[in-house]
Design a protein around this ligand. Structure first.
Ligand code: ASP
Length: 633
């Protein structure tokens, strides 16, 4: 409904600048490449030096002036008019189309005063070419010009990704990503003795959790599965005495069309033996700080913490965006039975809650409030509620004079009490929800929508340049599966089935599993979950009981893990950072696709190569597979 917030993140502008790349062309006296320098390197102290540079032909200004760009910067090339051979050089360059790859030899000279370019790092100098070699001509008409990539659709960028990757934006994103991951490796390996272990990507089906991609094999009727994460392997590595494991792990989840998810994605995955929750928090906070990009404001540690219950009650989500207030407030005591039908109920679980959008009516018109009400209805129906949503109440002067369809049913004394107890003022907008089921999530949803809408109108709700980290903890170990199955008592793991119950609550697992809290923690950044992990179950009997008796899973497919737990398994725990999401937040990019070199569409297609593709019948036969008629896409 509303334009994504991150699109207007100030860091998006930074992301479009080159990062300060220093790539040397030599080691000692040995030149690594055909060039003596990269384009960005040349400065006034190089004047007079003979240089060889290579790059893409970017602009031609007059017949004798060109800009050459490589992955690190750009430099102006001049062909001296009067020199012998200049005519051929000009001809070579003018005949070449933009983005042709060229090698230029020449010497560096100072640009004349008045012709210096302050916008360019190399703007004080230029190269006077002695020779020009066309290493590879580019075709005449590229499907899209590099300069147009900001204007074309994402589909076009994905189709011609190899050109899009040359853009400043993608260069910056991929280089920042690489810098961060290198620092993380250094931190884990050098400073803390972690071992990087590669775990298989051809694995077996795991019970529960996300939908996995099956991979056929020559043993007809049998399939590997691509792992949704290295969870089992990392626990087995603890049994195997690795003690501290990490991996930049590729994970696969066949979750269908979900915006801003990728069927394959990257986690910074780690696990430690004998670790405590506090130990994990300390390690992750220090690692984030150690690998933090210099160009961004440094976050402070320790990160704040919040319980799951507080997050749900105050923000209506388990990943609160704490950059702004507008918290959920319970006003049942004041509004229940106050006249309007929606406030009537004798059910003990009936609640009335609201968020107060301060001063919002100065910016939002009736149609905007209707949009928010519509969002509330949508969320309620997503949650399986037949009716429900939010009602907007605009506070006019004096604030206890309400503008809303429910205004006439609520007495003035009640209005005044409410306004007073909340410290509300003229111009505020209440978004009120009432119901017997959980209404926090509805208010949590409209809270975010209201913030985006106000920002669209130019109101500063969130500090878009801040990085608000938050640990969310004390999650329930199990959640009711869904509305229909709740009556039969079906539950699922809030995180995954390997999470240990909170210390001291183990007995509750056997008597009232829904009351047990788990030793699970999530790290949230600006309202996005960027990491999740837990202290694990290390006792086979408890793990088996949870799988078989609570989650009703067939534990035979996990017999290897259960046996491992009985074979001297140290207590252990870990966490995984969703690396694509984390980097997209650092880069101020709205989509994780913008920090992945070769991403797929929402439907899982690679627009560049056409994957997934069909197989010939004989190829299918090899695997004993038949494609059902009419099911091909
Ligand atoms: N494997 C878990 C996940 O992918 C993370 C963890 O518990 O360490 O969510």
């Amino acid at each position: 409904m509303f334009r994504s917030l991150i699109q207007r993140h100030p860091l998006a502008a930074v992301a479009r600048k080159y990062c300060n790349v220093r790539a040397s062309s030599t080691i000692g006296n040995i030149s690594l490449t055909e060039r003596s320098h990269n384009c960005h390197e040349l400065r006034s102290h190089h004047v007079g030096e003979k240089v060889t540079i290579c790059g893409w032909l970017q602009h031609r200004r007059f017949d004798f002036m060109f800009t050459l760009r490589d992955s690190f910067g750009a430099i102006q090339i001049i062909i001296p008019k009067e020199e012998q051979g200049s005519k051929e050089l000009v001809e070579t360059l003018t005949a070449a189309y933009q983005e042709s790859v060229v090698k230029v030899k020449g010497h560096v000279q100072l640009r004349p005063n008045g012709l210096k370019n302050k916008e360019m790092g190399t703007g004080d100098v230029e190269i006077v070419a002695d020779s020009v070699e066309l290493l590879n001509p580019c075709k005449e008409q590229l499907p899209v010009q590099l300069s147009d990539f900001n204007k074309v659709s994402e589909a076009v960028r994905m189709q011609f990704r190899y050109i899009d990757l040359r853009s400043k934006r993608m260069q910056r994103n991929l280089r920042l990503r690489s810098d961060v991951v290198m620092k993380m490796r250094e931190f884990l390996w050098k400073q803390h003795g972690f071992v990087e272990v590669e775990t298989p990507t051809l694995f077996r089906k795991t019970p529960g959790g996300a939908q996995e991609f099956p991979v056929p094999c020559k043993q007809t009727g049998k399939f590997y599965s691509l792992p949704q994460s290295p969870q089992q392997f990392k626990q087995l590595l603890m049994v195997g005495g690795i003690d501290r494991y990490f991996q930049i792990a590729r994970c696969y989840r066949d979750e269908g069309s979900r915006p801003d998810r990728q069927p394959e994605f990257t986690q910074v995955d780690l696990e430690m033996s004998f670790i405590t929750k506090e130990g994990i928090y300390q390690l992750i906070e220090e690692m984030i700080l150690f690998s933090w990009p210099e160009s961004l404001p440094t976050p402070t540690i320790p990160f704040p913490r919040m319980t799951y219950d507080d997050a749900m009650n105050q923000y209506g989500v388990d990943k609160p965006d704490t950059r702004f207030d507008m918290k959920i407030q319970d006003v049942t005591d004041i509004l229940q039975g106050s006249g309007a039908a929606i406030f009537q109920s004798s059910s003990p679980s009936f609640r009335i809650k609201l968020i107060n959008c301060k001063g919002a009516t100065n910016h939002l018109k009736k149609k905007h409030i209707e949009l928010l009400e519509e969002e509330g209805r949508k969320k309620a129906s997503q949650l399986g509620m037949e009716k429900g949503g939010v009602i907007g109440v605009r506070l006019e002067a004096p604030p206890a004079s309400w503008k809303s369809p429910i205004a006439k049913y609520v007495g003035d004394d009640v209005k005044e009490r409410l306004v007073k107890s909340l410290g509300a003022e003229t111009g505020d907008l209440f978004l009120i929800a009432a119901g017997e089921q959980d209404i926090n999530q509805i208010l949590g949803h409209v809270r975010l929508q209201a913030a985006s809408l106000l920002e669209e109108k130019g109101v500063s709700v969130r500090d878009l340049s801040s990085f608000n980290f938050l640990w969310v903890e004390d999650f329930p170990l199990f959640l009711p599966k869904d509305e229909e199955s709740t009556s039969q008592g079906d539950v699922e793991s809030a995180h995954h089935p390997f999470t240990a119950p909170m210390k001291g609550e183990e007995e509750l697992v056997y008597s009232s599993p829904l009351k047990v809290k788990g030793q699970h923690y999530d790290l949230v950044l600006n309202g996005m979950e960027i990491a999740g992990g837990s202290i694990r179950i290390h006792r086979a009997d408890l793990q088996r009981y949870i799988l078989e008796n609570i989650l009703k899973e067939d534990s035979s497919s996990l017999s290897h893990l259960l046996e491992a737990l009985e074979s001297g398994c140290p207590p252990h725990g870990g966490i995984a950072i969703g690396f694509d999401r984390y980097i997209s937040l650092l880069c101020g990019e709205p989509s994780i696709r913008d920090v992945i070199a070769f991403p797929k569409t929402v439907d899982g297609n690679d627009l560049m190569s056409g994957a997934p593709s069909t197989l010939l019948n004989e190829e299918l036969e090899r695997y004993g597979i038949q494609v059902a008629q009419g099911k091909e896409s």
